[in-house]
Design a protein around this ligand. Structure first.
Ligand SMILES: *[C@@H]1O[C@H](CO)[C@@H](O)[C@H](O)[C@H]1NC(C)=O
Ligand SMILES: *[C@@H]1O[C@H](CO)[C@@H](O)[C@H](O)[C@H]1NC(C)=O
Ligand SMILES: *[C@@H]1O[C@H](CO)[C@@H](O)[C@H](O)[C@H]1NC(C)=O
Ligand SMILES: *[C@@H]1O[C@H](CO)[C@@H](O)[C@H](O)[C@H]1NC(C)=O
Ligand SMILES: [Cu+2]
Length: 266
């Protein structure tokens, strides 16, 4: 318990230093991400949804069924929508001034997509129905006490993550919901952390998918229905072992359309 308390205390100061999605690439074009900490050029022409999340603070399981889980605290539409060819990758980089994604914040990286059925710059986020495009959780038992996680893979790739847009996805405007779930305090379940201290870091991005695909997104859900704080994958003690084989990645299964597209592309 003492070790856990020490660990908890030593991770708390990081709450002010979390990184944000600071860079976005689509079709090889670089965009600044949305940065609520500056009134500067980051506010212009970014496909990253605006938030009021100064300091990049996390959401907790108590937020999982609330408005803020959809596109982060104070989330509102980006004015700009980045063109991206179906079948290509969108790349997102977590960075904030000099702060990379903290290594202590091990956990899964998950991507969702929802059609806007019109301009994403004006869509009501409560109408968005998301399917899971991709997910990666615990990877292997090397390197760290907690094991090697998707977040560690992200750190090793310059704080960045690539998301493949299905090659047969129908053209149109979509919101990509990219998310890291940090599990370093997921073992504690009291007070504001009830029923666990899992931390959600979502960021929405407007995309204008181009191509000749015909597959529509079906079976999506409101992001407020993706998680419940007491579900497996959100309440474990990752410090107990480096072997988390069988770790259940939170949220719904990967959309069958994304799986079919992967076979198509392979
Ligand atoms: C986005 O567009 C709206 C409407 O044109 C405008 O009021 C708002 O200031 C813009 N937001 C930013 C951050 O540029
Ligand atoms: C890591 O996993 C491998 C393969 O499952 C196993 O042989 C090895 O004992 C594990 N190492 C540790 C330190 O748990
Ligand atoms: C664990 O995964 C990382 C990233 O893919 C890799 O570099 C490393 O070699 C893997 N370790 C083992 C023991 O498989
Ligand atoms: C999306 O791409 C289509 C096809 O290139 C284009 O006609 C449309 O204007 C684009 N929409 C936005 C919002 O960029
Ligand atoms: Cu944190």
């Amino acid at each position: 318990m003492f070790a856990k308390l020490t660990l908890l205390l030593s991770t708390l100061p990081l709450a002010l230093g979390h990184s944000l999605v600071a860079d976005i690439w689509a079709n090889g074009v670089h965009y600044n991400g949305w940065d609520p900490n500056t009134a500067g050029p980051y506010r212009v022409d970014t496909p990253g949804w605006y938030t009021t999340n100064i300091g990049g603070s996390p959401l907790y399981p108590i937020d999982a069924n609330q408005l803020q889980i959809i596109c982060a605290r104070g989330g509102s539409n980006a004015n700009f929508t980045a063109p991206v060819a179906a079948g290509s990758d969108v790349r997102l980089r977590w960075w904030q001034v000099n702060v990379a994604w903290p290594e202590s914040h091990h956990g899964p990286v998950i991507d969702y997509i929802a059609p806007c059925n019109g301009p994403c710059s004006r869509v009501d986020p409560t109408t968005l129905k998301f399917v899971k495009l991709a997910q990666r959780g615990w990877i292997n038992n090397s390197t760290y006490q907690e094991g090697y996680w998707a977040s560690d893979e992200l750190i090793a790739d310059d704080g960045s993550w690539n998301v493949r847009i299905p090659v047969d996805l129908a053209p149109g405007e979509y919101v990509l919901r990219h998310e890291i779930i940090a599990l370093h305090v997921a073992f504690t379940g009291t007070g504001a952390y009830s029923p666990s201290g899992a931390e959600f870091y979502p960021q929405c991005v407007n995309l204008n998918v181009t191509g000749s695909g015909t597959r529509s997104v079906v079976g999506g859900v409101d992001a407020r229905e993706l998680y419940r704080g007491d579900k497996p994958g959100l309440t474990l003690d990752i410090h107990a072992t480096n072997d988390h084989s069988g770790y259940p990645i939170p949220g719904p299964p990967v959309w069958t359309g994304a799986l079919a597209a992967r076979q198509l592309a392979a």
